[in-house]
Design a protein around this ligand. Sequence first.
Ligand code: DUC
Ligand code: ZN
Ligand code: ZN
Ligand code: ZN
Length: 485
Amino acid sequence: MSTKVIKNGTVVTADLTYEADVLIENGVITKIGANLSGDEVLDATGCYVMPGGIDPHTHLEMPFMGTYSSDDFETGTRAALSGGTTMVVDFCLPAPGQSLLEALQAWDNKSTKAMCDYSFHMAVTWWGEQVFNEMETVVREKGINTFKHFMAYKGALMVNDDEMYASFQRCAELGALPLVHAENGDVVASLQQKLLAEGNNGPEAHAYSRPPQVEGEAANRAIMIADMAGVPLYIVHVSCEEAHEAIRRARQLGKRVYGEPLVQHLVLDETEYQHPDWDHAARRVMSPPFRSKQHQDSLWAGLAAGSLQVVATDHCAFTTEQKRYGVGDFTKIPNGTGGLEDRLPVLWTKGVATGRLTMNEFVAVTSTNIAKIMNMYPKKGAILVGADADILVLDPKAKKTIAADTQASAIDYNVFEGVEVTGLPRFVLTRGHVAVRDGNFEGRMGHGRFVARKPDQPVNRALSTWKELTAPRKVERTGIPASGV
Ligand code: DUC
Ligand code: ZN
Ligand code: ZN
Ligand code: ZN
């Protein structure tokens, strides 16, 4: 069996930085140390050898808002690998009323094209006995331990509080982790109608219809509901101080609540929606929308302080033609932006190169923390003997200007167009196979495998807050007043 060795690099993990060679056999790291040799040498002189990025939030070939997101498992995972991300966790989205297992079959079929490893979250888009029962199969037989709940998209994907509470309790029983898209869908729907009635139909109105308060309210509500269900909680795409504040406060009280900002929200702001070009603004329509600088500062601070743990993309790419479904009515612009290829270089440039994040924090928020929260550490997210050889060799001196013309994604623009980035992959390995070599793509369609994730990691078994498990006491009364009238 042929071996590979990554030589002369500096290993950077979530907690250590040191010089070492890394030996790979059969897709797994088998030795880390000085002067290792192997059949093939990958020279990492001047580079950092890190766990490949994990993007815990993608929507590939997903039916949504009357169309399908345009990156599929081929172009999406090609984009991922091109930018140093070696695993994605995609959302399996049953239509309301559809069987979870049937939806999962569709996702299994689509994902056979994947070039890197992948896993799924299951969305709970409706509630009933069938969902309750199928959740157990999803966890125990299908290797999925995370369930997503939309608190927005009223009349489509949204679940109400009673459904969310029931599903959270089910997650607690199964040792699974609930995820929420936290926005108050009722308030959003009513703001949308008001804005349209006032003649505000352009893409800027999308942002006005989803102010930070709708996110802050929903984040607080989800945290309290999780607390009552006795389950930890993961809040996706945290974009504002109001939601971050709710997470901070919950964590300070001992609740296991995790927050995931997106690289887009860290770097791009609400002025994008004021652009005179309709296409420019519409291409940036996503939910939650981009915010002001003050919110960006809050998110950066949260990553440094540890109150926010993960940086994702919510990669849900639509072409300009698809965005134009919303000409004359902003509520019909398909929500979503790309970012899979750009997440690591943009976060390195705007985070590590500016001093806002250390290199170790960079690895933690782009890979290791995600692997731990999602129960796949240390198979993923680690440079350790026995870990999968999903490795990014990052050259901190390599530079490029982000441009749609040269990207792997299947869409015709890039929200980071013109941003100059440093810190690019010299090599990217997916389970030991070289997918990027000196900037050239060598990935293979169908190489990716599904990563099953178990429930009941200790952190997921813990109650949201510590409680002594005693049954509530029913009070026996002798004197019962006669009913009135
Ligand atoms: N937000 C988006 O912008 N797109 C996909 C789904 C979501 O919640
Ligand atoms: Zn969402
Ligand atoms: Zn423009
Ligand atoms: Zn999403």
